[in-house]
Design a protein around this ligand. Structure first.
Ligand code: AMP
Ligand code: TRP
Length: 333
């Protein structure tokens, strides 16, 4: 059976982008594959997180993932820092990955911005830890949004170099699984930037715990252009905001952007936004309600995460031990 791994940072409440680009695709996988889903708190601290907030957001993320339909029985749901294998293999991969490879990572450039000298060293080696997350379980299928493609290529380069340097066939090849019309949901304020839970403007995103009023307000204020909805996809060229809203409506109503255009061609954005708001509220209200319900029992959430970490550890431990034997950190049997 294929082993699936994916991760999400507890750096805020998950957004509509996380949901449509990643989480929603994870849910059906739990019935068909062995799945591990990880709340990557060690990745989150590559940019400063206030401690109490980090703890609260880790729990909130667990509640959000369960509310979206993940089951703590069907999949292994856990927190990265609870399983030491991630940090251990991450260090080993720091010694395998080349500085030249990391220098090409566009996410580092985006996140570090113009003050690169002042970014944490952790932010720089972030993709090595991500490779360790996956390979500590020898997972081969990784469902992510489109922005993670480059990191997965790097993970494969690391696995290959490790195998080559030590003359083994130990780490498997990873296949990215990038799916759906909304693999890249953009900011509501700027159609050229991805929707992100760490964007300073809350108006730029829909959070999974936004209520109907918040969603309505954010969609009403979302940036658009004065042109009406076009008839064909070609009419969305150079209109990133329009393209984004059409893509979101297609994704939440389970159709293709072409069909959305066919139905709404000629409408202005006032009319279109009302339809979009209604569809979003219908889709997200049950998730929000379930999230709030789960958060009323933090003890149960913590217990589920604790159990998840035990199950994850049991899978990773033999892999790490074998990697250490291969490297010469432990004697060979
Ligand atoms: P992060 O929020 O960076 O931890 O991302 C968690 C998952 O959500 C990853 O698989 C990302 O690729 C995906 N993701 C994050 N933002 C977006 C977005 N704006 N559109 C689509 N997928 C996204
Ligand atoms: N880097 C990913 C993101 O920001 C999160 C992540 C960490 C991840 N480790 C992972 C995703 C392993 C897939 C597999 O979106």
């Amino acid at each position: 059976m294929t082993r699936v791994f994916s991760g999400i940072q507890p750096s805020g409440v998950p957004t509509l982008g996380n949901y449509l680009g990643a989480i929603r695709n994870w849910v059906p996988m739990q019935d068909r594959h062995e799945c591990l889903f990880c709340i990557v708190d060690l990745h989150a601290i590559t940019q400063f997180q206030p401690p109490a907030q980090l703890l609260a957001q880790t729990r909130e993320m667990a509640a959000a993932l369960l509310a979206c339909g993940l089951s703590a029985e069907k999949c292994v749901l856990f927190v990265q820092s609870h399983v030491p294998a991630h940090a251990e293999l991450g260090w080993i991969f720091n010694c395998v990955a080349r500085i030249g490879w990391l220098n090409r990572m566009t996410q580092f450039k985006d996140k570090a911005g113009s003050d690169r000298e002042n970014a944490s060293a952790g932010l720089y080696v972030y993709p090595n830890l991500m490779a360790a997350d996956i390979l500590a379980y020898k997972a081969t299928s990784v469902p992510v949004g489109d922005d993670q493609r480059q990191h997965l290529e790097l993970a494969n380069d690391i696995a290959q170099k490790f195998n080559h340097d030590y003359g083994v066939e130990f780490f498997p090849r990873i296949e990215p699984f990038i799916q759906g019309v909304a693999a890249r949901v953009m900011s509501l304020r700027d159609g050229t930037k991805k929707m992100s839970k760490s964007d300073p403007s809350d108006q730029s995103r829909i959070n999974l715990n936004d209520d109907a009023d918040a969603i309505a307000l954010k969609i009403r204020r979302a940036k658009t252009d004065p042109e009406p909805i076009p008839e064909h996809l070609s009419g969305l060229e150079n209109r990133p905001e329009a393209r984004n809203l059409v893509g979101i409506l297609a994704a939440v109503t389970g159709t293709l952007p072409e069909n959305v255009l066919r139905e709404h061609a000629g409408q202005g954005f006032g009319q279109f936004k009302a339809v979009l708001t209604e569809a979003l509220v219908a889709h997200l209200a049950p998730i929000r309600a379930e999230m709030l319900r789960l958060l009323q029992d933090p003890g149960a959430l913590d217990a589920a995460l604790h159990r998840g970490a035990e199950r994850a550890e049991a899978i990773a431990q033999p892999v790490i031990t074998e990697a250490k034997r291969i490297i010469g950190l432990l004697p060979r049997r």
